[in-house]
Design a protein around this ligand. Sequence first.
Ligand code: ZN
Ligand code: ZN
Length: 253
Amino acid sequence: MKVTFLGTGTSQGIPIIGSKHPVCLSSNSKDKRLRVSILVEWEGNTYVVDCGPDFRYQMLRAGVEKINGILFTHEHTDHVMGLDDIRPFYFRQGDVSLYGHKRVLKSLKKRFDYVFKTKNRYPGAPSVILNRIKNKPFEIGGLEVLPINGRHAELQVFGFKFNDFAYLTDMKTVKDKEVEKIKNVRVLVINALRIEPHRSHFNLEEALEFIKRVNPEKAYLTHISHLLGFHDEVEKTLPENVFLAYDELQLTI
Ligand SMILES: [Zn+2]
Ligand SMILES: [Zn+2]
């Protein structure tokens, strides 16, 4: 299985438009972060987790020619707003499969109403197949995916475990019985926003505590704000099995 980080930044991305913050001005390519998303590929299957506002460029940059579906963690703008750019895939392949909590699917119907219209459809509008995720395993491309339920302040969020790889983002609290599902996983990805605490995201300290609970072989941090600091400097401070993810990083699992 191959995982590509399409984006590793928080909701505004890095650099932030107009910002003079040193991290936003950094010339290190690892300090430039599009909105969070990953590409997961195995045996001819290509799935994306979330499709935020940078989806179009992320697909071009990664050279993606077809996708089998999109899994949504939750409905925040930085995770869904690229949905219109599934059109090239729709024109080539037909309806695109979307997977999400029923609340997320409802939100997509509201925000992208033209996609779901049945009468007088705009001819260029894409068409999708909705697949509701509950907190139990489901199958895509012959692989069992295990949802991991967590909270992003009050909002429910799903993380996903594919084989020995778990991807969780926008988490603030995760119950022990959910952690149990990913205990000792080989590779864990978890959100770490910044140094200071935040009401709905793990800060660095909370992410490191969470990693101890899961006890993975390796962990990668994502959904990173410029306030976390420079990539190369932050990485030096991390435990030896913890790394900062960066855009275009690829892992083979
Ligand atoms: Zn969010
Ligand atoms: Zn987010």
